[in-house]
Design a protein around this ligand. Structure first.
Ligand code: ZN
Length: 148
């Protein structure tokens, strides 16, 4: 069995302590709230969409190290991407953290540090919460997202 500490790689700890894009962008025009009742992670994701492109993105809320680091790295990854590109990256990321399919670590770049999550099924919802919330925000949905 892998040790839990293996999951908390340096880059994950660093992002959880100093999350990037932890803000509500001044011109946000999409938002969604996400909640993971299993762990208590709760985030709001804000988007400033320019047509189909994520011009700016931010998030706020509270959660465990995995959920916060994932949200932080997600904002860095999807900024400047189109809706379709963001969706494609989430599909790859989801395959990576669930250990299913054939996630391309080359395509995922820095997000590949979350590969250890697949050994800890209870943590998958922590790692994907921000992404599910992003999808809801991209679709312009207003209702709250729950991982349950
Ligand atoms: Zn969590």
């Amino acid at each position: 069995m892998p040790e839990l500490r293996d999951l908390y790689q340096e880059v994950i700890l660093e992002h959880s302590k100093a999350p990037r894009n932890y803000k509500e962008p001044a011109h946000a025009n999409h938002r969604a709230e996400g909640y993971n009742p299993l762990c208590g992670d709760r985030f709001t994701v804000f988007l400033e969409m320019d047509g189909d492109v994520v011009k700016d993105i931010g998030f706020q809320g509270a959660g465990c190290a995995i959920s916060k680091a994932s949200a932080s790295m997600m904002t860095q990854t999807v900024k400047g991407k189109t809706k379709a590109e963001a969706h494609r990256i989430f599909e790859q990321f989801h395959e990576l953290v669930t250990g299913h399919g054939h996630a391309s670590e080359a395509e995922l770049g820095k997000l590949a540090v979350f590969s250890g999550v697949s050994e800890f099924p209870v943590r998958v919802k922590c790692a994907t919460l921000a992404w599910h919330t992003l999808e809801a925000a991209l679709e312009g949905k207003q209702e709250k997202v729950s991982t349950e």
